[in-house]
Design a protein around this ligand. Structure first.
Ligand code: BGC
Length: 413
């Protein structure tokens, strides 16, 4: 049956018994990677130190996916998979390996990578801080020290004055919530502290660091959208009752929205990373999480696509700013649930678009299998499978489903 192509205002139409959900024109369809997880050979940052010394990490990152050397092959593949954007991060420790000394070669390398992305039809979303900081910053400072604000904005200024023309969207800080919770309360990530006082200081400094970097970057490139992205959960409480609802709301405000609230007008979009809903009860720090869905990913996270709808609507009602889903994905080594996961979440994103939320893009996490922090290489999130011995890449079956959506800007259900 001939399908009727909808105009831009039409959000869904039917082909026979199938319903087709159409996304707004210009919607970004992408996937993500981060420097330490994918590049390989990052030996001058806090995570490398942590891998060697903390005993909280399953294995070392080593060569990762060797994306630093294989980016041309990877960008070509992304283009062939119909992605129109890619999210990467810059490695601060490559750009500023010693305090105040910037490495021109590393900057040139990133310039080539960004130009190559464009040549493959990929819009460039760039994160400045995706968990790792240079070793000198880790040893001399840390986010709990006031100097972190000045040091981060100096790095941001350097990046933007050198590479700003090759970037479409800037994310200053990936998941500040996790940076401080895991680094300053749970202590399973660097700097490995369990100290509520330093936790509060680090929170405050991360907010200030973002704000200062925002101002500095906007002075150079006023039209470049700048924001943060946050790890969000759709929270629910064990048991029902007034105080449980009250508490769940407090937890949600604190975990999902606190940073956005504090940053206020110094953000041009709201970045959402969403993986799972969570049932909570009180515990350390603040609460314990549990999964209650039947389908569980290799990470032990329950699949709960409708949660992304709740998060988007919450973000939209609170901030009325463009929203980008900058991470949503599943560790699924057998590729059993990935296609269902992707389609289910994209369907829920569409529901939010239909309700009026200004969602501008969806980025699957991750483009390639990569180094999953404390869990090492066992967790396979990729649209593309990586054989770490040979570095051979294989596009997963589920990725073909995603490629269809990316090509047509539509989801058939
Ligand atoms: C992080 C990624 C990570 C993913 C899966 C996000 O919290 O930004 O670096 O790989 O979750 O755990």
């Amino acid at each position: 049956m001939e399908k009727e192509k909808p105009d831009n205002t039409q959000e869904s139409y039917n082909i026979g018994r199938k319903k087709v959900l159409t996304f707004p024109a210009g919607f970004l369809w992408g996937a993500g990677l981060s420097s330490h997880q994918a590049e390989g050979g990052n030996t001058k940052n806090d995570w490398y130190f942590w891998e060697k010394n903390s005993r909280k990490v399953k294995e070392e990152s080593g060569a990762a996916c060797d994306y630093w050397n294989r980016y041309e092959e990877d960008h070509k593949m992304a283009g062939r998979m119909n992605l129109n954007s890619l999210r990467i991060s810059l490695e601060w420790s490559r750009i500023e390996p010693e305090e105040g000394e910037f490495d021109d070669e590393a900057i040139e390398h990133y310039r080539k990578m960004l130009i190559d992305m464009k040549a493959n039809g990929l819009r460039r979303v760039v994160t400045l801080h995706h968990y790792t900081v240079p070793l000198w910053f880790f040893q001399r400072y840390g986010w709990h020290k006031k100097d972190s604000v000045r040091l981060f904005s100096r790095y941001a200024e350097k990046v933007i004055s050198e590479l700003g023309g090759e970037i479409e969207i800037i994310v200053t800080i990936n998941e500040p919530r996790l940076v401080v919770n895991r680094g300053y309360l749970v202590a399973d990530r660097p700097p490995g502290k369990r100290n509520p006082f330093l936790f509060w200081k680090a929170r405050k400094n991360l907010v200030e660091a973002h704000k200062k970097a925002y101002t500095v970057m906007k002075n150079i490139f006023p039209d470049l959208p700048v924001g943060i992205t946050q790890f969000t959960n759709d929270f629910d409480y064990f048991g029902k009752g007034r105080w449980q609802n009250w508490l769940t709301e407090r937890i949600e405000n604190f975990y999902n929205w606190h940073f956005f609230d504090e940053i206020g007008d110094k953000q041009d979009f709201i970045g959402v990373n969403y993986y799972y809903g969570a049932k909570v009860r009180l515990g350390y720090p603040f609460y314990e999480l549990a999964t209650y869905e039947k389908k569980v990913t290799d990470m032990g996270w329950g699949m709960m696509p409708e949660g992304i709808y709740e998060i988007i609507m919450d973000a939209w009602e609170r901030y009325k700013k463009p929203i980008y889903i900058l991470e949503n994905g599943i560790a699924d080594s057998e590729d059993r649930y990935r296609a269902e996961f992707i389609c289910g979440h994209i369907r829920a994103v569409h529901k939010a678009v239909k309700k009026g939320a200004d969602v501008r893009g969806y980025f699957y996490w991750s483009f390639l299998d990569n180094y999953e922090w404390n869990a090492g290489y066992s967790m396979r999130f990729g649209l593309v499978e990586v054989d770490y011995k040979t570095q051979v890449r294989t596009i997963r079956k589920s990725a073909l489903e995603y490629a269809k959506i990316c090509r047509s800007n539509e989801l058939e259900i």
